[in-house]
Design a protein around this ligand. Structure first.
Ligand SMILES: [Zn+2]
Length: 135
């Protein structure tokens, strides 16, 4: 069994501001980030699809003490976004001063761009991370 969409392919697309996922011809669900099987019905015969990158914030947190390797980024906002196509993905929100983040963020519409970071001591070179801005 092999991955239809590997993390390497997903990451490479993200570096070009493209969000890729997998759609399920059996039940219609979209899976993102990529997994081996459909997040809804566990089917394996998935098709690679490009997602809009648009969605709404379902929850968030502000990181003030960053993990090792990301200290210089703190403080920053991490959001969980429900994409228009259904899946929920995590990313950073860059449109707002982290000291101003409050519960009014929940439900706000956002769209994806990507940010490329130099990578930390644990990563294999530059890493793209989903980054959101207000739509
Ligand atoms: Zn399915």
């Amino acid at each position: 069994m092999e991955y239809k969409l590997s993390f390497r392919q997903y990451h490479k697309a993200l570096m070009k501001n493209k969000l890729m996922g997998l759609s399920c011809p059996r039940c219609g669900a979209v899976t993102c980030p990529p997994q081996m099987s459909c997040r809804s019905c566990t089917a394996y015969d998935l098709e690679i699809t490009e997602l809009s990158g648009r969605g709404k914030i379902t929850t968030f947190t502000t990181i003030t003490v960053a993990p090792e390797g990301r200290e210089s980024e703190a403080p920053y906002i991490v959001v969980l976004v429900e994409l228009e196509e259904g899946p929920w993905i995590m990313g950073n929100l860059y449109d707002l001063d982290p000291s101003r983040a409050d519960l009014s963020l929940i439900g706000k519409q956002v769209e994806l761009g990507c940010r490329v970071f130099p990578g930390d001591r644990y990563s294999d070179g530059p890493m793209a991370r989903p980054a959101f801005r207000f739509a």
